[in-house]
Write a protein that binds this ligand. Structure first.
Ligand SMILES: NC(=O)c1ccc[n+]([C@@H]2O[C@H](COP(=O)([O-])OP(=O)(O)OC[C@H]3O[C@@H](n4cnc5c(N)ncnc54)[C@H](OP(=O)(O)O)[C@@H]3O)[C@@H](O)[C@H]2O)c1
Length: 307
C-alpha cells in the first residue's frame, strides 16, 4: 500500500467539465458532488428522492453560490427509471467527463427491484451496469474521461456462484452476504469493463474506490438497540463522510491515476485515513468470475458493450 497525503486542494480547476454522481443527495455522493461543484464542474445529481436532492442542492449552493448542479430523478431499482434518466442526460449533455457510480444500499431485508432482482445486487450492481451501458458512448466520446465505481471493504466477504443472484422469495437470503456480493460485483465489473474498453480501443479510465467506514445514512435502517457496544466500538474507528468521500474523489480527479486502480483509506485495515491505492481480493481479479458476472448482466439488462 502506497502512503501519501492527498487532499482536495490537489484538485485542478474543473470548469467546463461535466460530472455525474449517483446518490448525490446524501453521504459520500453528496460530499463528492459538493467538491466537484466547488471546483467549477457542472454536476448532474442522479437522485431517487427529489425533496432530499433539492435540499442537498440548496446546501451546496449556500456554501458555494456559483455551483452548477442539475438534479435528474433516478431510481436504480427500476430499469425504466434508469432509461428515462439516461435519455434525459443524453438529450441535455454532449459530453460526460466523469461518471461516479456511488449510490447504494446495505444489509436491507429481502426485497426485489421493479424488475424482480434481489434489491442489493439489483441497485448496487445491475442498476449501475445498465446505467453505465446507456451512457458509455457519451463518456467514450469525451476526451480524458473516466468511470468510477464505489465498492467496499465488504467485498472481501463476497462470493459469486452460478445462480447466486436468484433467491426464491428470499429463500437462503442473507442480507450481509448479499451486500458483500454486490460490492464484489462492483469490483468485478470495474476490472472487466476496463478490459472490454481496452479491447475496443477506448481511452476511458476505469477505477474503483471505497470509503472505509464512514458516518453516513447507509446503516440508518439498522436497529442497534441490543448491540450498542458495536456502535461504541465503531465510533472509535469511523471517519466523517467528507473524509470517506476522498478515495472516490481522488479516483475521479487525480491526473496520475492508472486505469484499473482501486482507491481506499490508508490506515487501520483501510477503515480510515488518506486516500491511496489499495488492493482488492484475488477473487475480484478472477477472470472466470468477471466473465460470469458480465454474461449475467448482459442477460438481465440485454445490453452489452459495443462502441
Ligand atoms: N458509509 C460507509 O461506511 C461505506 C462503506 C463502504 C462502502 N460504502 C458505499 O458508499 C456508497 C454511498 O453510500 P453512503 O455511505 O454515502 O450512504 P448513504 O448516505 O445512505 O447514501 C446512499 C445514496 O444512495 C442512494 N440510493 C439508494 N438507493 C437508491 C436507488 N434505488 N436509486 C437511486 N439512488 C439510491 C440514496 O438515496 P436516498 O437518499 O433516496 O435513499 C443516497 O443518496 C454506497 O455504494 C455504499 O455501498 C459506504
Amino acid at each position: 500500500m502506497k502512503k501519501d497525503i492527498w487532499t482536495i486542494s490537489d484538485i485542478d480547476d474543473l470548469t467546463g467539465k461535466v460530472f455525474l454522481v449517483t446518490g448525490a443527495n446524501s453521504g459520500i455522493g453528496y460530499e463528492a458532488a459538493k467538491v466537484f461543484a466547488s471546483k467549477g464542474a457542472l454536476v448532474i445529481m442522479g437522485c431517487r428522492n427529489l425533496e432530499k436532492a433539492n435540499k442537498a442542492k440548496q446546501d451546496i449552493v449556500n456554501e458555494f453560490p456559483n455551483s452548477l448542479l442539475d438534479i435528474i430523478q433516478l431510481d436504480l431499482a427500476s430499469f425504466k427509471s434508469i432509461k428515462l434518466f439516461t435519455d434525459k442526460v443524453l438529450e441535455k449533455y454532449k459530453k460526460l467527463d466523469v461518471l461516479l457510480n456511488n449510490a447504494g444500499i446495505m444489509t436491507v431485508p429481502y426485497g426485489s427491484t421493479e424488475d424482480g432482482l434481489e434489491r442489493q445486487t439489483g441497485v448496487n450492481h445491475f442498476g449501475h451496469y445498465y446505467l453505465t451501458m446507456n451512457l458509455v458512448e457519451l463518456v467514450n466520446k469525451t476526451e480524458d474521461s473516466r468511470i468510477v465505481n464505489i465498492a467496499s471493504i465488504a467485498h472481501k466477504y463476497g462470493n459469486i456462484k452460478k445462480n447466486t443472484f436468484h433467491y426464491e422469495k428470499g429463500k437462503r437470503y442473507s442480507k450481509m452476504k448479499a451486500y458483500a456480493q454486490s460490492k464484489l460485483a462492483n469490483l468485478l465489473f470495474t476490472y472487466k469493463l476496463k478490459q472490454k474498453l481496452e479491447k475496443q480501443n477506448s481511452k476511458i479510465t476505469v477505477l474503483a474506490a471505497h470509503p472505509g467506514v464512514s458516518k453516513t445514512n447507509l446503516g440508518s435502517h439498522i436497529k442497534t438497540g441490543s448491540i450498542k457496544w458495536i456502535q461504541r466500538t465503531l465510533t472509535l474507528v469511523i471517519q466523517s463522510q467528507d473524509r470517506g468521500a476522498l478515495p472516490g474523489i481522488r479516483a475521479c480527479t487525480d491526473k496520475n491515476v492508472i486505469s484499473g486502480q482501486y482507491y481506499g483509506p490508508s490506515s487501520l485495515f483501510e477503515f480510515k485515513g488518506n486516500p491511496v491505492v489499495v488492493k482488492s481480493t484475488r477473487r475480484s481479479h478472477k477472470q472466470e468470475l468477471q466473465d460470469m458476472l458480465w454474461t449475467e448482466s448482459v442477460r438481465i439488462t440485454r445490453l452489452d458493450l459495443h462502441l
